[in-house]
Design a protein around this ligand. Structure first.
Ligand code: KIV
Ligand code: ZN
Length: 496
């Protein structure tokens, strides 16, 4: 079997999604889970971009043992100096440097020439080599770069010492046959003895996974991916899709190091930490990915799973028979379930989650994995300046919808009442009266987690204030309360 290296960029390209930013503690949690999942490389950030990113790369380098920790840079000496400093504690380290190589980038971004770009690429790789042995070079917008010129760049950076050369389809423009042909052209026309090629595909035309697989079939030996395919715009190639495609097609003779049973818990962790819902029909990890509803399919699956299922859900960590927790479950049972889901907590955190668990179990009969992710991920609002003290709504048909709201703002109590076209509108109106800020709700998404009228509703809200978007999230069995809490969650991000 040929080994395919899995390079995870959830914490760099994935984290660029507006509203999905994680703090350093959350990033460490994700990095450790990625280590357990078995990824070979973790791209931990772009250290020169912000002190937060720098610090995350430092802390992840300390926390993670065997995967290579990678830091992104532009082909700029200062970036490389900062990346090398951030990677100081990494046991295995890689600098990922690069520059745009398409005519669009050369002309409009750099106002430069092809010759000059080759020189800058060589210089960046040589400079990075002063700090680390493992240097990856990216030819940004390689998807739209002429193959002959691209081969010249790739050969030049390998000669300069690059160990991996990344061929990003930055704009998600390529067709699978075209991207595969690009990789083949490079394999055939560049001396690849001392380096491997990497795919890095974007989803703008919905072809990221197909393009990555086409790249692998044509010789690439690293794929750059994110959990759930998160990433800017339409996203990046999703780890779970590529890994399961490779695993399902044994005839390729390619293997990865991924422990596939950790895929589902990892996917839930990212969705929950980033407050990013997964579409129900998402391949591999969507709620409906293994749900057969048509009679013909159900009949076939009952006779033999392989009639309509190419993957056993247990292989990706989905266990329908998992024990459901109830109000009678003890702390140990909860902790056991948290561990199975890849969530490690200390005794104090367990006590806090257990309290919230009992509160929820009072309102909802069965507590499932999704609920547990919500409980574990729920920010305690102790640290927040604005807290919801109480909420009372009167709503219905043929009457006015009225909300009475009490807020605690840094210890001081405020109350207001408002009417609206529904209970949520009334509650938001009352909160706005108290906070006296000109806000506009730009996006408002209510989603039930599972099924049943006692289910938890998740609310995502994008609130614009002073030209900037702030993101709020909450989950509650009462969707009016979840909406008010999500609004307050967003407000807490700008009211200091
Ligand atoms: O899409 C892209 O080109 C990138 C590079 C910075 C690697 O993310
Ligand atoms: Zn990218």
């Amino acid at each position: 079997m040929d080994k395919l290296f899995i390079f995870d960029t959830t914490l760099r390209d994935g984290e660029q999604v507006p509203g999905c930013q994680l703090n350093t503690i959350e990033k460490i949690e994700v990095a450790k889970a990625l280590e357990t999942l078995g990824v070979d490389v973790i791209e931990a950030g772009f250290p020169v971009s912000s002190p937060g990113d720098f610090n995350s790369v430092v802390e992840i380098s300390k926390a993670v043992t065997w995967p290579t920790i990678c830091a992104l840079t532009r082909a700029v000496e200062k970036d490389i100096d900062v990346a090398a400093e951030a990677l100081k504690y990494a046991k295995k380290k890689r600098i990922h440097t690069g520059i745009g190589t398409s005519d669009y980038h050369i002309k409009y971004k750099f106002n430069s020439t092809q010759d000059e770009i080759v020189e800058r690429a060589i210089a960046a790789v040589k400079y990075a080599k002063r700090y680390v042995e493992d240097v990856e070079f990216y030819a940004e917008d390689a998807g739209r770069t002429d193959n002959v010129y691209l081969a010249r760049v790739v050969q030049a950076v390998i000669n300069a010492g690059a160990t991996v050369v990344n061929i990003p389809d930055t704009t998600g423009y390529c067709f699978p046959h075209e991207y595969g042909a690009k990789i083949k052209y490079l394999i055939d026309n560049v001396d690849m003895k001392n380096a491997i090629l990497s795919t890095h595909c974007h989803q703008d035309l919905g072809m990221a996974t197909a393009n990555s697989i086409s790249g692998v079939i044509n010789g690439a030996r690293q794929v750059e991916v994110t959990i759930n395919g998160i990433g800017e715009r339409a996203g990046n190639t999703s780890l779970e899709e590529v890994v399961m495609a490779i695993k399902s097609h044994k005839e390729l003779g390619i293997d990865t190091n991924i422990n596939t049973q950790r895929i589902y818990p990892m996917s839930r962790m990212i969705s929950s930490l980033m407050n990013m819902p997964i579409q129900p029909n998402k391949a591999i990890v969507g709620r409906n990915a293994f749900a057969h509803s048509s009679g013909i399919h159900q009949d076939g699956v009952l006779k033999n799973l392989s009639t309509y299922e190419i993957i056993d859900p247990k292989d990706v960590g989905i266990d329908d028979n998992a024990i459901v927790l109830t109000a009678r479950s003890g702390r140990a049972a909860l902790n056991n379930r948290l561990n199975i889901l890849g969530i490690e907590v200390n005794d104090d955190e367990l006590a806090e989650i257990y309290d919230r668990f009992l509160e929820l179990a009072d309102k909802k009969k069965d507590i499932n994995d999704e609920d547990i992710f919500i409980l574990a991920g729920k920010e305690t609002d102790k640290m927040h300046r604005i807290k919801l003290d109480y909420l009372q709504v009167t709503s219905g048909i043929g009457i006015r919808n009225i909300a009475n709201v009490g807020l605690d703002i840094a210890g001081e109590k405020f109350e207001a009442s408002a009417s609206g076209n529904g209970p949520v509108d009334a509650a938001i109106g009352a909160i706005k009266q108290i906070i006296k800020r000109q806000t506009v709700i730009q996006e408002f998404l209510i989603q039930a987690i599972n099924k049943g009228s006692d289910d938890i509703g998740k609310v995502h809200m994008q609130v614009e204030y002073d030209g900037v978007n702030y993101y709020g999230f909450s989950a509650n069995t009462d969707i009016v309360a979840a909406s008010a809490e999500a609004f307050i969650n967003a407000i807490n991000k700008f009211v200091k």
